[in-house]
Ligand binder design. Structure first.
Ligand SMILES: Nc1ncnc2c1ncn2[C@@H]1O[C@H](COP(=O)(O)OP(=O)(O)OP(=O)(O)O)[C@@H](O)[C@H]1O
Ligand SMILES: [Mg+2]
Length: 248
């Protein structure tokens, strides 16, 4: 991935096993978020390819990837802050027949049925996330940790197979963080969701992720178990190098 003459991600090759919670770590500026943007389709890579279940999706638009089950945990868009928590879940449900004018006129019963189903699923998601007590609050008013749970809830509403989480622990208090971890583990174990998790909180990575991929300067430095990655001298060097770079 080139940004002008700067090559942010280069020679970065890895695969993610279905059913895994794969950790993606590395110092600031390593290229992690850029990789996510390419997987989600927000950025078109300058070279190379991205495959999902063996199919080349490099040229596929983001919404088409979404329908294939690859979802990024979207930050709740700004315009949704004034919607209630429950409404934020209902608006992400895929392919609602009520969306077209024609179906509104000709099959009101079908639309009503679909809306009832969406509402049922949204409440189910809220119960799972233990957020029913804030269902009618505006999304902009709940705490940072509750927002992260709500973001996870939005991926549940879409029947995701692959979920990309970019620093979900940032700004979240310990209690809510453990809850978020529990929910991620449950979705992985019981519902078969695959996760790729970018995180600077190494304790969270250690608790959840196998394997862990460490990137530095746009490349994959090493992939392995948390212990293997943590004890590799190149990883320490990469993190130290970043700090020295920041100091100069
Ligand atoms: N849109 C862009 N235009 C120019 N440079 C960019 C752009 N996006 C990212 N970069 C640069 O690409 C490099 C990789 O950035 P990226 O955000 O992917 O890093 P990261 O590993 O996610 O870092 P962090 O841990 O700080 O979030 C950085 O040097 C960054 O400044
Ligand atoms: Mg980042």
């Amino acid at each position: 991935m080139d940004f002008g003459s700067f090559r942010a991600v280069d020679g970065c090759s890895f695969s993610v096993a279905k059913g895994s919670i794969t950790g993606l770590v590395g110092p600031n500026g390593a290229g992690k978020t850029t990789v996510f943007n390419m997987i989600a389709g927000a950025l078109r890579p300058s070279g190379g390819r991205i495959a999902y279940r063996g199919e080349d999706i490099t040229a596929l638009a983001p919404d088409r990837r979404f329908h294939k089950g690859a979802v990024r945990t979207f930050q709740i868009p700004h315009e949704f802050h004034h919607l209630s928590v429950i409404e934020n879940l209902m608006v992400v449900a895929p392919a609602q027949p009520g969306e077209t004018l024609l179906s509104n006129w000709f099959s009101r019963a079908r639309v009503r049925k679909a809306e009832a189903e969406t509402s049922r699923r949204a409440w189910e998601a809220l119960e799972f996330l233990e957020l029913t007590h804030v269902a009618h609050q505006r999304a902009g008013q709940i705490s940072g940790g509750q927002k992260k749970l709500l973001e996870l809830g939005r991926t549940i509403m879409t029947d995701a197979e692959l979920v990309l989480l970019d620093e979900p622990a940032a700004g979240v208090n310990r209690t809510l963080l453990r809850k978020l971890e529990e929910k991620i583990e449950y979705l992985n174990r019981e519902r078969g969701y695959t996760f790729i998790l970018i995180e600077h909180d190494m304790e969270m990575i250690e608790r959840l992720c196998e394997p862990v991929i460490c990137m530095a300067e746009g490349k994959v430095l090493i992939e392995g178990s948390f212990q293997t990655v943590r004890s590799d001298p190149r990883v320490l060097e990469a993190y130290l190098g970043e700090r020295q770079g920041a100091a100069t």
